[in-house]
Design a protein around this ligand. Structure first.
Ligand SMILES: NC(=O)c1ccc[n+]([C@@H]2O[C@H](COP(=O)([O-])OP(=O)(O)OC[C@H]3O[C@@H](n4cnc5c(N)ncnc54)[C@H](OP(=O)(O)O)[C@@H]3O)[C@@H](O)[C@H]2O)c1
Length: 329
């Protein structure tokens, strides 16, 4: 089969394309003929050698974390999924999906219901993460408004649509005016370029001085402490990555001093569902409903043939992508 793989960790230049053996499903695995492949930040983490959940080894490591397709074969311990089923796969190992065929544990595949084709679920991980960020991690606040910075990626563009479909006011920012235009088109109520505008001023203005009930932060680092200034009472900062590293302040001390505002910080990883398959499936069902009835339409940035996986990774690393990058085998 054709596949994109790496022999060493590094930038997009390490992504190779060529022939690899079709993988054999283990007892608890399914073999999927992929018809669509998603490309996202988890793939960057694996490719660059920074994924703490990485289990497979170099050389000849097929990269890729998400795909959709048709089940070709199943191992003897697979219970619910059968050959011929259409599935979306989020590979827990973070590897294997940039290929014509890939294996995954049954728990990591989601059988697509009638009316949902693999083509309709690019970035299913984005949908599921966005849903969990909004409706699981986001519990316990007034829930009227959110602020998401760096919102033009796969997850950000999905959160905006889901939040708007749920009647939540959305404040969103990005690093370029072009990205900001795209966020406004998706329905965000207030959009600003965080390089040229002050986030505190913009968020307070958009929320009539109250602050956002939830602030989604993927950077953490030094800026985290400033976020409390435009977080509402009972508000919550939800960290879903920490691209700028740990904050250099005592977070608990800050939160205690701000007790009259009853604010909180939560760090979230989708891996919280690894041992909760029923909850993960219920999350998927809600996402499928939203796709089916058109409340959420994944924003596709570009569609590459699999043989151009290196170019897809170049676009991923460029920071210029707006929405989800996909590939077709
Ligand atoms: N917690 C979880 O379970 C979970 C699961 C999946 C993904 N994630 C994380 O969620 C984030 C978004 O994922 P995605 O797939 O939507 O990614 P993406 O499509 O690559 O988009 C990332 C966006 O983040 C912005 N950004 C802000 N600071 C950045 C930085 N220092 N480096 C790179 N980009 C930066 C970029 O826009 P601007 O340049 O406009 O800021 C970009 O549009 C990633 O950090 C990813 O690792 C978390």
């Amino acid at each position: 089969m054709k596949a994109a793989y790496i022999n060493e960790f590094g930038g997009p230049e390490v992504v190779m394309f060529g022939d690899m053996p079709v993988p054999e499903p283990k007892d608890d695995e399914i073999l999927v003929r992929n018809t669509i492949i998603g490309v996202g930040k988890p793939d960057y983490l694996v490719r660059s050698g920074n994924d703490p959940y990485l289990e497979d080894a170099l050389p000849g490591l097929i990269i890729g974390n998400e795909s959709g397709g048709v089940v070709e074969a199943v191992g003897p311990d697979v219970k619910e999924i059968k050959p011929g089923d259409k599935v979306a796969v989020l590979n827990a190992t973070g590897c294997g999906s940039h290929a014509e065929y890939s294996c995954a544990k049954e728990n990591y595949a989601i059988k697509l219901p009638n009316g949902v084709e693999p083509e309709m679920v690019p970035g299913i991980l984005n949908l599921q993460v966005a849903y969990a960020l909004l409706f699981d991690a986001g519990k316990g606040t007034d829930g009227e408004s959110i602020y998401i910075s760096g919102a033009a990626g796969g997850i950000g563009t999905t959160i905006i649509q889901m939040a708007k479909a749920s009647g939540i006011k959305v404040v969103a920012s990005a690093s370029t005016d072009e990205k900001c235009e795209a966020l406004a088109k998706l329905g965000a109520d207030c959009v600003f370029n965080y390089k040229s505008k002050d986030a505190k001023e913009e968020v307070l203005k958009a929320t009539n001085g109250k602050g956002a009930d939830i602030i989604y932060d993927q950077t953490a680092g030094k800026k985290l402490i400033e976020r409390f200034d435009y977080l509402a009472d009972f508000g919550q900062i939800i960290l879903y990555n920490w691209l700028d590293g740990s904050p250099e302040f005592d977070q608990l001390d800050t939160i205690i001093k701000r007790a009259p505002h009853a604010q909180a910080v939560r760090a979230f990883s989708f891996h919280v569902f690894d041992d909760k398959p029923a909850r993960r499936l219920s999350n998927a069902d809600k996402c499928f409903d939203m796709i089916r009835d058109g409340r959420v339409k994944p924003l596709i940035c570009r569609d590459f043939p699999l043989e151009k996986a290196r170019e897809a990774h170049e676009l991923l690393d460029s920071g210029k992508a707006i929405g989800k990058i996909i590939m077709h085998p």
